[in-house]
Design a protein around this ligand. Sequence first.
Ligand SMILES: *Cc1c(COP(=O)(O)O)cnc(C)c1O
Length: 405
Amino acid sequence: MPELKTAVRTNEGTDISPLMNTYNRWPISIVKGKGSYVWDDEGTKYLDFTSGIAVCNLGHAPEEVKKEVSVQLDKLWHCSNLYKIPIQEKLAKVLTENSFADRVFFCNSGAEANEAAIKLARKYAHEVKKAEKVEIVTFEQSFHGRTMASLSATGQPKLHEGFEPLVEGFHYLPYNDLDSLKEIDFLSPCAVMLELVQGEGGVVPADKEWVKQLAAICKENNILIMVDEVQTGIGRTGTLFAYEQYEIQPDVITLAKGLGSGFPIGAVLAKEEAAKVFGPGSHGSTFGGNPIASSAGYATVSHILNENILFTARSISAQLTESLNGLKEKYPVIEEVRGKGLLLGLLIPGKAADIITAARKEKVLILPAGQDVVRILPPLTATKEEIETFITILDSVFEKLYTVS
Ligand SMILES: *Cc1c(COP(=O)(O)O)cnc(C)c1O
């Protein structure tokens, strides 16, 4: 028998993390979260205006979700999609009753939801349209996920680098560009996939007129409109879904981030006409719509709807936007305040990282969206006082960094 040698670990005896280095992690260890706050392992409390990247829309560990999940924990954790799962059907019902959609497919993340939507569009093209060309139009600076197909759909060359060959059949057009709409006629894709506020791409809202014209072209030519609401969905922009603010009827939307209040769950919502091409065996997921994640999703969506959380979110959005515009007046380094609802960004070319680091030292957590944009994502349940505290601290951060004395 050959001698079995224990591999020498390169990080043996060092403090190098055993995790792959896929994130530039900030030097704090978060161990607890409640409401709008998180605590690190030294007991320091931070005001969290990242919401775990638009995930904890009801704040951290909301009681209503905790209650529903606890009940489910005592009943059933997992059984696979080979059986009916009542809580999953309950969640699908609340999503369809409150949207354009007839049907729901559950998965575990945003990338997976987009992956499923892309597969659905291709099957629709082959089976319903009997199309010769099966192409999907997406937009420059978009972000649709990290799996091979959702990465290929993403219109950011820097994210593609090193991962070629990409999945074929994607065309990237300029976002918010009326001229680019003529291209759609020419390309005659089977589907168009877009975000209504580009999140990762810099908090860029879609222009309403552009979206309406885009949707009209799609309807005329039997092109599916697929809205990636992974970040904008579940109240983040002030309505349950962002498409409601654009006067369009999508064929498909995808959800994930805010859906489970932190429990991993993704979803594809579709009209019957598109959904019907998925039959038994055409797509699936072992964990998709798992009972625990579904109970978190059901509690999250029902609480938002029953307690009028969207109204609260819109009023604190107005307060926050006004205060941020006040800071813009005071500090010319801020070129623009933009976004929708509680998905807001400050355009500060080249300086996002400096501001975020300085804010963290003052116990406030915010995010970048590229190098030029500071992204602000409070929970929809943040209070007026928390917004005031946030603005006071952000003001002092700008004053320290950008006031010439
Ligand atoms: C975060 C995000 C995704 C990817 O979601 P994951 O859950 O990380 O796979 C896709 N689309 C948009 C718009 C996102 O913001």
